[in-house]
Write a protein that binds this ligand. Structure first.
Ligand code: UDP
Length: 365
């Protein structure tokens, strides 16, 4: 440890780590402080039984941005994984995202024209789209909404689809082709050595302190550097002075199973309300890891109060305006930089996180 650094970075997730790399590359000294006992934030992976386990949920790297793809490939080699999850509703099995395979299984039809005709007739009931339920029915019709969207979404968000904003569902592709690729992006894959190895390379040259909560003694930590990049929750940074931001949390329950192949695919969505989890991930399928046993994780969406682990921001009017108040306070602090999913209070795919960190580094360092 030095007496003083150019940058203190709070959080060793993807945003903080890319920023750290750029700072070090420009000759700056970096100290990173991390609340957890490991680096890499929610992209942390850990090898057990020869299988890379995504401890905080499935992370599939996908991007259409050439710069980001080239950048991330400097720190890892990626396999050719294509995410093609399936959805289970009772005993019924459907391909995701919504495409001709889904429509054909749902209605026993085979051509795009037949699928369109059914969806058109079912969407006639919707006049204007004001919530997620109406958005979903107008995209894929009522049958698919009832079986594959309603239960999953209400479990995921803990709210009725009529109270959720339409934007959430717009992230999912709807296609009139037999294409089960979940993403529309040009590049996609899983790093063969896992995500933790990427972060290890990114932060080479930084001093790292694990298991220490910056927010318990901000003044001491900040006195160690000229500038601070903070990637945690802004309401926590300001000791909740304006009120609490809301998040949706998750519990990942991992289990080792004495079986070579449990579900035959990396991701299975459980779309019924009666099953308490939304997804089961079978980790070995991400990188075709060879092992006589397997590891799965069930993903249970829960209230943030239950875990204290913030995952998804709940971007409604109340939270967004509260966030803007915190953001104003943060922006008024000349030696404070903020960035990343938590500090910006927005849903971020990994590629957007990398791009945003690169831009921030270019602007500041
Ligand atoms: N969704 C759904 N059924 C599914 C998968 C997704 O209704 O089987 C909806 C749900 O509302 C969810 C949204 O699509 O919140 C976005 O899903 P995505 O898989 O992109 O979520 P993430 O992986 O980011 O949790």
């Amino acid at each position: 440890m030095k007496d003083r650094y150019d940058y203190l970075i709070v959080g060793t997730g993807l945003f903080g780590s890319v920023f750290a790399h750029e700072a070090i590359a420009k000759g700056k000294s970096v100290l990173m402080v991390e609340k957890r006992n490991h680096i890499a934030g929610n992209i942390y992976t850990e090898k057990v039984d020869g299988i890379n386990i995504h401890r905080y949920g499935a992370h599939i790297f996908h991007t259409s941005d050439e710069t980001v793809w080239e950048y991330i490939n400097r720190f890892a080699s990626f396999n050719n994984f294509i995410n093609s999850p399936i959805a289970k509703y009772g005993k019924e099995v459907y391909n995701m995202p919504f495409n001709m395979n889904t429509f054909s299984r749902m209605w026993g039809i085979s051509t795009p024209a037949e699928a369109k005709a059914i969806i058109d007739s079912q969407r006639r009931e919707i006049e204007t789209v004001t919530n997620l339920e109406e958005q979903a029915i107008s995209l894929v019709g009522r049958d698919i909404y009832e079986k594959l969207i309603k239960g999953y979404t209400e479990k995921q968000w803990g709210r009725s689809c009529t109270e959720l904003p339409p934007e959430i569902i717009k992230r999912l592709p709807v296609r009139y082709t037999y294409d089960n690729n979940y993403f529309n992006d040009r590049y996609q894959g899983i790093p063969t050595e896992g995500y933790t190895a990427i972060v290890e390379k990114l932060i080479e040259g930084a001093d790292v302190v694990l298991g220490e909560d910056f927010n318990l003694d901000q003044a001491r930590w900040r006195s160690l550097a000229d500038r601070t990049l903070y990637t945690g929750c802004l309401d926590e940074f300001f000791h909740y002075s304006e009120g609490r931001l809301q998040y949706r949390s998750e519990i990942f329950e991992s289990e080792r199973i004495e079986e070579e192949n449990y579900q035959g695919v990396a991701v299975v969505n459980y779309t019924e309300m009666d099953v308490p989890y939304t997804r089961v991930i079978e980790h070995k399928h991400f990188a075709k890891d060879i092992s006589p046993v397997t590891w799965i994780s069930r993903e249970y969406p829960v209230d943030y109060e239950k875990t204290g682990e913030p995952y998804y921001p709940i971007n409604d009017e109340r939270n967004d305006s509260l966030y803007r108040r915190y953001r104003k306070l943060a922006d008024a602090d000349g030696s404070l930089i903020i960035g990343g999913r938590l500090a910006e209070y927005k849903y971020y795919d990994m590629d957007k996180t990398v791009l945003s960190a690169l831009r921030k580094a270019e602007e500041i360092i």
